[in-house]
Design a binder for this molecule. Structure first.
Ligand code: ADP
Length: 169
């Protein structure tokens, strides 16, 4: 049984086995969660992302996929980088957004992570409507078989926190 918990705040302050980063396909950093992860996590994360890019993802990490690195100076063992879909480009099809959660949990299982923190993937610069993103996130986590014991959604603002709480019931 996976317990789902909600927290309002900055995901880079969480103490968990794995922190999920709402990355972009370049794996070279960006704004939002990505910027905060690299700022607080320090250069070791970017160095590993660069190596992964060179060895496996020359064309970028595809949307909906996930890959792990060290968590650097964060209070976690790993960062799992996943690339959310841009709402406009996806036409609102939930498949790729659901895939981000599923693939991140698959990677977490491979690593042996028991506690995993997720942001509200794609709801920032990728502009997925918050209520719909919350529905997809919660339903996908509920329906994905995993050994992860706690999935913690870490929501940055009131609007995100309320959308996820409504969904969790
Ligand atoms: P995306 O590119 O997938 O849309 P963003 O990082 O732009 O990703 O935003 C995803 C969500 O994460 C947004 O709801 C944003 O408000 C939120 N967010 C931004 N910074 C943080 C943070 N430090 N911790 C948790 N959530 C954050």
């Amino acid at each position: 049984m996976t317990t789902i918990t909600l927290v309002q705040g900055d995901i880079t302050r969480e103490s968990v086995d794995a922190i999920v980063n709402a990355a972009n396909s370049s794996l070279l950093g960006g704004g939002g969660v990505d910027g905060a992860v690299h700022r607080r996590g320090g250069p070791a994360i970017l160095a590993e992302c660069r190596r992964l890019r060179a060895s496996h993802y020359g064309k970028g990490l595809p949307t909906g996929r996930a890959v792990a690195t060290t968590a650097g100076d964060l209070d976690a063992r790993w960062v799992i980088h996943t690339v959310g879909p841009v709402y406009q480009e996806s036409g609102g099809d939930p498949a790729l957004l659901a895939s981000c959660y599923r693939e991140s949990l698959r990677v977490a299982d491979e690593l042996g992570a028991r506690t995993v923190a997720f942001p509200a993937i794609s709801t920032g610069v990728y502009r997925w409507p918050m209520d719909d993103a919350a529905r997809i996130a919660v339903e996908t986590v509920r329906h994905t078989p995993t050994a992860v014991e706690e999935v913690r959604f870490v929501l940055f603002d009131d609007r995100a926190y309320e959308a996820f709480s409504r969904r969790l019931g």
